[in-house]
Write a protein that binds this ligand. Structure first.
Ligand SMILES: Cc1cc2nc3c(=O)[nH]c(=O)nc-3n(C[C@H](O)[C@H](O)[C@H](O)COP(=O)(O)OP(=O)(O)OC[C@H]3O[C@@H](n4cnc5c(N)ncnc54)[C@H](O)[C@@H]3O)c2cc1C
Length: 436
């Protein structure tokens, strides 16, 4: 009788626990393989910049890293963590501490795709004396790291500055987390600084998707205090950064892109789209996202043309054109399509959307079906008028009513900018750079 009870108990465990778990694991692996195959076809298995590197000897397939990653970069295949959508990695590195056996680290580049990083010394100075690099541009991703680097770079740069009315003591290029760290020290040290950004304060953070959950470690803003959150929504973080700026009195010249930094015998000449200025020292905190690529068509210089979408809620009952075929374009079109009364057109030069994440393509299909977006595939913008746009599709010209245009045509990488300033650059193929 006892034997039968044992048999029933073991049978119960196998049928209701072991078998469903095994079945579930099979399903999870099947899904990860499918995602990996699709990523391989779309060229998404190579990193854009940062990516996790899994040590196969240590990984025991616990899947804690897979569950930790909100971008679904990792999956489990053959009982081990693997990269199934490398290009989606944004580098916050929550996968690293999630691993119980320290099998995950963050690296730049891969065997196939090298990532260019400027060479900087321990004091954040480049090979060009007086020219410093801080934040993600120097290979140090993550918000907290960027702030800290900005702080350190400015502390080092402040040494040896002498009063010179002809020049700014220091010009900070980029008002993201690294630039803000640098500006806080400049204020503490009473330096004459000029901070320039081609967009607005906040850097990459302002361009995160709406309500994105941001993972950070506590950040010390000199002169302001410690921000102790470890996870918070994008909007809340932007509000904190704004508070730091207001309380510390950081002054920023926004929408002023720097086009050139020219080392002089003494100091630097900085050419922006608005003016030429001179500085004793320069801190480059321009991140790695680059400068948005323009279309080069007539009418593009109007105020109604933008290269990012910050607040889709601002746009209601408008005729809108979104240009591009990547995640940014698709997400912008969908956000605008959700606002009341908008008529949104999405122009893309290819016939299919192969670059965006699968879930974005699915959402786009639904938005098109719901009439929120009209696709104009295999088309290119020919001209942007005051209240219309002209698209070229095959041999036809399509004229659409238009109030605003949003262009997502990729970016011009900062590498060219660095080279023209004389900064030495090294290509990395998977070297560990970041400590999370
Ligand atoms: C989608 C996404 C999600 C992320 N999630 C997280 C996360 O959860 N946690 C985390 O810690 N990190 C995260 N990161 C990474 C983090 O945002 C970056 O590491 C950080 O913003 C780098 O700061 P930075 O100041 O070096 O550069 P950026 O934030 O990129 O700022 C650079 C600034 O320089 C300006 N600039 C560029 N070129 C010029 C020019 N020529 N002239 C004038 N100005 C210029 C830009 O407009 C920008 O404001 C994420 C990144 C992305 C893309």
């Amino acid at each position: 009788m006892e034997f039968i009870w044992h048999f029933i108990c073991v049978g119960f465990i196998v049928v209701f626990l072991v078998f469903p778990t095994w079945l579930y694991m099979q399903f999870v692996e099947w899904r990860a393989r499918k995602e990996m195959d699709e990523s391989a076809k779309a060229g998404r298995l190579e990193p854009v910049t940062i990516r996790p590197l899994i040590d196969e000897r240590l990984c025991m397939g616990s899947a804690t890293c897979v569950r930790a990653c909100p971008e679904n970069v990792l999956g489990i295949v053959d009982g081990q963590a693997v990269l199934i959508n490398t290009a989606a990695c944004v580098g916050h590195g929550v996968c690293v501490p999630a691993c119980p056996v320290d099998a995950v680290e963050l690296v730049f580049g891969s065997d196939k795709r090298g990532i260019d990083i400027p060479e900087v010394g321990g004091d954040f100075q480049t090979n060009v004396p007086g020219l410093y690099v801080a934040g993600e541009l120097g290979g140090m991703g993550l918000i907290a790291n960027a702030v800290e680097q900005g702080v350190q770079a400015m502390k080092n740069a402040s040494e040896g500055i002498t009063p010179d009315p002809e020049k700014w003591d220091v010009v900070i290029i980029g008002a993201g987390p690294a630039g803000m760290g640098a500006a806080l020290i400049a204020i503490q040290k009473g330096l004459r600084y000029l901070m320039l950004d081609q967009d607005d304060f906040g850097g990459a953070i302002r361009k995160y998707p709406r309500k994105k959950l941001v993972f950070i470690r506590p950040i010390d803003f000199p002169g302001y205090g410690k921000v102790k959150f470890t996870s918070l929504q994008k909007e809340d973080l932007v509000a904190i950064l704004e508070d730091v700026i207001n309380k510390a009195g950081i002054e920023i010249s926004t929408e002023e892109r720097v086009e050139e930094v020219i080392p002089l015998e003494k100091g630097f000449q900085i050419n922006t789209i608005k003016q030429t200025v001179y500085a004793q020292k320069v801190i480059l905190a321009i991140g790695r996202a680059g400068t948005p690529r323009t279309l080069g068509v007539p009418g593009e210089d109007q105020d109604k043309v933008a290269y990012w979408l910050k607040d889709p809620e601002q746009f209601e009952y408008e005729h809108l054109l979104v240009v591009g075929g990547g995640d940014s374009a698709v997400e912008a079109a969908m956000a605008l399509g959700e606002q009341p009364g908008n008529k949104v057109f999405l122009s893309y030069r290819a016939a299919n959307f192969t670059r965006p994440k699968k879930k974005n393509v699915e959402k786009l299909r639904k938005a098109v079906k719901a009439g929120q977006i009209q696709l104009v595939l295999e088309s290119e913008v020919k001209e942007i008028g005051v209240d219309r746009v002209v698209l070229q599709q095959y041999d036809d010209e399509i004229v659409l009513p238009n109030d605003y245009c949003f262009v997502f045509a990729g970016g011009i990488l900062p590498t060219d900018f660095l080279r023209s300033a004389g900064i030495a650059i090294k290509r990395h193929h998977g070297k560990k750079i970041i400590d999370v």
